[in-house]
Design a protein around this ligand. Structure first.
Ligand code: 2AL
Length: 239
């Protein structure tokens, strides 16, 4: 008789199917066999999340994906991961379900401080840096975070990143190590999930992919039997 597997749902709030598949593949690799990893994305909505307006739509998609998974027949996910670096809808998601919900930015920043002293975030477009900075402050990593760098590679160019895109992102990561004095790099987009190993080899420092970090941490929380507090702020909202 085999035990019921742990189920983790990864939510990519943009509509890119190739990116969702990359996210699923990372999740399954980190979780290993015997853990059920599903990755979902909305059928309608923004194809990438690179603006505040898209962030709001992404938050809605995240809450809907959690609701749908919980209403579906069969066992609900034991944890959810928001696979977008703005952590869209994270607070609302934690109201929606008692299952742990991890955002890839929050998880990556925590992981970075476990393996180094100073991290820089290497992300997509300049216009996303404000959101990343807000999250650094919100999560309390302003001492550890020494840089926020945009490679100016759009999210959708990461679906199948070509050699030029990888070279530009590698250049940003190397500059972060040399100029910011970062000893860890945090990847600022879920679409960079498959570049983690390449960048670690190129820079010689740990490179944290939030998708991988979130799945590892979600699995830990589920195995610990720890769920989101339902007291006060994260109590279920009115129906
Ligand atoms: C992201 C991300 O992770 N997914 C997406 O569509 N946009 N983040 C970013 N900084 O561009």
């Amino acid at each position: 008789m085999s035990a019921d597997p742990i189920r983790i749902q990864l939510i990519n709030p943009n509509t890119s199917v190739p990116m969702t598949e990359k996210i699923r593949a990372t999740g399954q690799l980190v979780a290993g066999p015997g853990v059920s990893i599903t990755a979902v994305c909305p059928s309608k909505g923004p194809s990438s999340i690179e603006s505040h307006t898209e962030e709001i739509l992404a938050a809605q998609a995240v809450v809907e994906a959690i609701g749908e998974a919980e209403r579906a027949s069969g066992p609900s996910p034991d944890a959810h991961v928001i696979a977008c670096f703005g952590d869209p809808g994270l607070d609302a998601a934690r109201e929606t379900t008692g299952a742990p919900v991890l955002g890839i930015a929050e998880a990556a920043m925590h992981a970075a401080t476990l393996v180094g002293r100073h991290f820089s975030v290497v992300t997509t477009l300049d216009r996303t840096l404000g959101r990343a900075e807000d999250l650094v402050l919100r999560y309390g990593f302003e001492r550890a975070c020494v840089g926020l760098r945009a490679a100016e590679v759009p999210v959708l160019a990461l679906e199948e990143a070509d050699a030029d895109a990888v070279a530009v992102i590698t250049g940003s990561a190397l500059a972060a190590v040399r100029e910011d004095r970062a000893d860890v790099i945090v990847l600022g987009c879920a679409g960079m999930t498959d570049l983690c190993q390449t960048l670690a080899e190129a820079t010689g420092v740990p490179v944290i992919d939030g998708v991988a970090a979130s799945v590892g941490m979600a699995l830990g929380l589920v195995r610990m039997g720890t769920r989101t507090s339902r007291l006060r702020e994260y109590a279920p909202p009115k129906a």
